[in-house]
Design a protein around this ligand. Sequence first.
Ligand code: FES
Length: 185
Amino acid sequence: MQQREATSDLASSGGARGGQMALDAAQASPTPAIAATARILARLKDQPGPLLPVLHAVQHELGCIPAPAVQTIAEALNLSRAEVHGVITFYPHFRTEPPARHKLEVCRAESCQAMGGERLAEHARAALGCDFHSRTLDGEFSLEPVYCLGLCAQSPAVMIDGRPQARVTPDKLDRLLARTREARS
Ligand code: FES
């Protein structure tokens, strides 16, 4: 709770100290991410508590909040990069890389755990070559934990791109992943 209050205070303190010079330079940048971020800052930086609205707007426009945007935001709002990065990492909604094309969510709650969920989670990690809260090197899949999909009677369960799948074995997961990849090609 204390951390949430701290980040909230931080998010509400940046606008009043905005760095106009840094913002002017950023708007003329040849780097699209920087120029887009600067346009958003020009629109939002003077409102109370500008950091969170700016982060939402940047992610909406760019798909994520890349490192050059973090630098631009920090300079314009007179914050350190670490302060901006701290707010980004505090809220799971924000990401610093573009989203993967597909999302695999593996249920980690009790019923699924009791029905082979841990083995399935290990298989998902191995099959995708990444851990939870990260994505495959080719950007095809992100792997996320989820805590109950309402399919407890048909455990273990996963969700792929918002579609729930019940009684998922490692073999079935392989087939689902392959089908998802093929559907795109
Ligand atoms: S515990 Fe996994 S779906 Fe409910």
